[in-house]
Design a protein around this ligand. Sequence first.
Ligand code: PLP
Length: 377
Amino acid sequence: MSGCRDIPLFAGHPRLRQSLSRAVLAELPTPVSRLRGLEKHLHIQRCDIKSDGFTARPFGGNKIRKLEFLLGEALRQKRRSVLTFGAAGSNHALATALCARKTGLRAVCLLAGQPNAGYVRRNLLAHLGAGSELHGYANPAALKRGALVQSLLESLRTGRLPMIIPPGGSTALGACGFVNAGLELKRQIDEGLLPEPDRIYVALGTMGTAAGLLLGLQAAGLDSELAAVRVVPETMANARAFQRLYLKTRTLLRQKDPSFRLAEHGMKRLTIRNEFFGMEYARFTEAGMEAVRLAFSLDGVHLDGTYTGKAMAALISDARNGDLKDKNVLFWNTLNARGPEAITGHRDFRKLPEYFHRYFEEDVQPLDRPAEAADSR
Ligand SMILES: *Cc1c(COP(=O)(O)O)cnc(C)c1O
């Protein structure tokens, strides 16, 4: 249950332990295991999976690694609340709300519209249990008159503004969680749990995961290529924006500890993959849903249509093109792996702000319906 105190980022850089505040939220290291079904079916030399779904209870996934540093900083600054943003079904907003509660902070979430899916409903219901303050974002005019301003004014009165956490938690500080993840992987390679990957596949959203990971791999002296599979519009995730975040994170770490190792090859090992995005964010694709079905039927792994299915679709496509015959591949699974029942319970969606009722009253998108998807998680 308890989180992990000894993380490789701090073990290797004692100065960072002094200068970065970390809230211990994650159960680390996350497991690695082998995907023998996919290996055989797709003729991949070797394929492992890093399961970041187990980072926390009752809700894991990649966001917990970032939140350790973000909420650690909020606590250091003696904030009482955090304000963050996302889509209605945002895993980040839910993870933030649940982790904030664990650390005694209040979470206010501004959530925007998105295509409907089963996980949107589950995550929204889970917010009821997390005690989040939710606001629908689609109509900024309504927001202006609404409770958000009220709550900000209240914060002002008490002299404690909420700490603002950008979408996905993808600041340089948040990305430090994934610098640690790269070093964590190196430890697992040294322990013989897996070979050094020739290529790592990961979903690319707000980019904190991939940017931090790339730095962490380099700090660990690993030469793995990183295939970052874009699942958001190109205006949000692209090489320039990636480089900005990558350099900011590197600068932050170098400021906090001048001995932090700089990579020789910079961003050369990164490839941003654009072909699996589809029409829009959180709009499931045929290739993504085929990947969800394959991963589940061959190896019992649960993926999703918004992020990890699209990342796995890239891996599958490369394997089918014969690119992975002689490669050691690692799939970095960023999706929560804990059952949702514990947090959604039998809650009533009508207790949510009215803006969100549509997700329960309207149908989910076609590719998320059970007839089309063997597994609709
Ligand atoms: C947020 C998220 C991602 C993307 O991570 P970024 O750091 O935003 O790029 C990938 N997978 C899942 C399941 C996520 O919730």
